[in-house]
Structures are given as structure tokens and as C-alpha cells.
Write a protein that binds this ligand. Structure first.
Ligand code: SF4
Length: 270
């Protein structure tokens, strides 16, 4: 079992790379054969290790966890394809969506296509505890990550889920956000409302709380550390919110963010 946040984060990054290589290979040469898939994912693991410049010693902390993760993921994939009729479509697409005077920008882990009705199925891989993933979907209107990803697609209706790739007996599990369309609509409405108010000169109180602020690239800019209940409100009338640098997590409003997430964001139209 991996211990410590750094190990887990490294493992998460490596695993994302493995799954990207694996699904690219599987898309190029589709097969339901479990043994062939196992061989493909093993090759993908070597490609990811090489691509990330990891030595055998670097890989050592992952080596013990990998066989169980690999088998759990392949089990999950077969069930996901059979139960949902989902087919892998693309990995890590960088998407943009114009919204009023700004562009929404983000990189998704993966998009599948549902054969039954043609809807997109947005997937975000998580290597955190299963409880943490379940916690994310409890309050749909606080689950801004999947809502934001949904806003990046051109499609009115879609499905979206966290896929918790576990190293424990629980294996890989889907944690679906069943209210993603309503959450997306509310998020877009909220962004438009906030941008309108910012344009009118409204103050921008620092709304983030807890762990999200520790990883946020905008810390300092929001002056959270200088706010108090009776402090005079700050005013940022430019209405321009920039995308945080890749690799650091940030959220527009409250909620949680994990260190391995690539953050979505807003960019002023150029
Ligand atoms: S999430 Fe970022 S921008 Fe929001 S209050 Fe925390 S540090 Fe500031």
C-alpha cells in the first residue's frame, strides 16, 4: 500500500499516463480478450514509466500496488463496457467553450461515448480514498469539477463520473454525479452572474476554505490571508480571471480540490 501524499500523487500521475497509453492502444486495436488487454496495459505501464523518465528504483514504490490496481481496473473496464455500453473516445482533450466575454478552458481525463443514446460520458480518474470520491458527489452544486467539465462540452445532456482507481480490495469503482446537467447549468449561471457583478465593480471576497486554498494558484491574488469579517471589501473591477498554471488545483468557489487535478479555469477572450 502506498503511504504519504507525495507517493500517492506520483502514483496518480503515473497511472493517468498508463491509462492514456493503454486506451490509445486499445482504441487502435480493439479487443475484448482479457489476456490481450492485460498484455497491452503492461506495455502501457512500461511506456508511462519511460515517458516520465522513471528509473526502476523510482518505480519501486508503485510496483507492489500495481498488479492489484491493474486487475481491478481491467475488471472495472469490462463491466463498464458491458453495463453502460460505453466506448472510450478520447483521453486528455483540452477543450474550450466561449461564455459571454470569457472562455472556459480545461483538460478532461477522458470522454467515453454511450452506444445506446450517443451521449458523452465524462470521466475523471481519482486515486484518492473511495470515501473522498463519494464525498465529492454528495452535494451536486458543490461538485464544480464535473460540472465545469460538462460546461466545456457542446452537448446538452451527458453523464459524468469520478472513476476511483483503487489499490485496495475495493478495486476500481464508478462514482457518478447523477445531477451533472443541473449542476452544470447552475455553475454556468453562477459564472455569468459573478462576471456581471465583477464588471459592475463588485467586491470579490475570498470564498475558498480548507485544503483547496493550500493548492490554489490564486492564493495571494485573492488576499484570503488578509481578509477578516470586518475588513473593507476588495474590488477587482477588471472582470478578468485567468487560468491557474497546469498542475496546480484551484476552484472558483469553495468545495474541494485534489492535488492531482488539472484545474479548469477562465480566460479573458484574447
Ligand atoms: S480557493 Fe484560492 S482564490 Fe479562493 S479563497 Fe482559497 S486561495 Fe483564495
Amino acid at each position: 500500500e502506498l503511504e504519504g501524499e507525495v507517493d500517492k500523487r506520483d502514483f496518480g500521475n503515473w497511472l493517468h499516463e498508463v491509462l492514456n497509453h493503454f486506451h490509445a492502444a486499445l482504441k487502435a486495436a480493439p479487443t475484448p480478450d482479457r489476456r490481450v488487454r492485460a498484455a497491452m496495459i503492461s506495455i502501457a505501464s512500461e511506456q508511462a514509466t519511460h515517458a516520465m523518465g522513471l528509473s526502476e528504483a523510482d518505480f519501486l514504490p508503485f510496483a507492489a500496488a500495481w498488479p492489484a490496481v491493474r486487475e481491478g481496473y481491467l475488471d472495472w473496464l469490462s463491466a463498464h463496457e458491458a453495463d453502460e455500453g460505453a466506448v472510450f473516445e478520447q483521453a486528455e482533450p483540452r477543450l474550450e467553450q466561449p461564455l459571454d466575454d470569457v472562455r472556459l478552458v480545461g483538460r478532461l481525463d477522458r470522454i467515453d461515448r454511450l452506444q445506446a443514446d450517443g451521449r458523452a460520458y465524462v470521466i475523471d480518474y481519482k486515486t484518492e480514498s473511495l470515501d473522498s470520491s463519494k464525498q465529492r458527489v454528495k452535494e451536486p452544486f458543490e461538485d464544480t469539477q464535473l460540472a465545469f467539465y460538462a460546461a466545456l462540452l457542446d452537448e446538452d445532456t451527458l453523464r459524468a463520473a469520478y472513476v476511483n482507481v483503487g489499490e485496495k480490495a475495493s478495486g476500481t469503482q464508478t462514482v457518478e454525479q447523477t445531477e451533472v446537467v443541473a449542476a452544470r447549468d447552475a455553475l454556468v449561471e453562477g459564472i455569468l452572474h459573478d462576471l456581471r457583478r465583477i464588471g459592475e465593480g463588485a467586491a470579490m471576497p475570498a470564498l475558498g476554505e480548507g485544503a483547496v486554498c493550500e493548492f490554489c494558484a490564486a492564493r495571494g491574488l485573492c488576499r484570503k490571508d488578509f481578509w477578516s469579517d470586518d475588513a473593507a471589501p476588495l474590488c477587482t473591477p477588471s472582470g478578468r480571471v485567468t487560468q491557474p498554471p497546469e498542475g496546480e488545483a484551484g476552484r472558483l468557489r469553495g468545495g474541494q480540490a485534489a492535488a492531482e487535478d488539472t484545474p479548469p479555469g477562465l480566460e479573458g477572450r484574447s
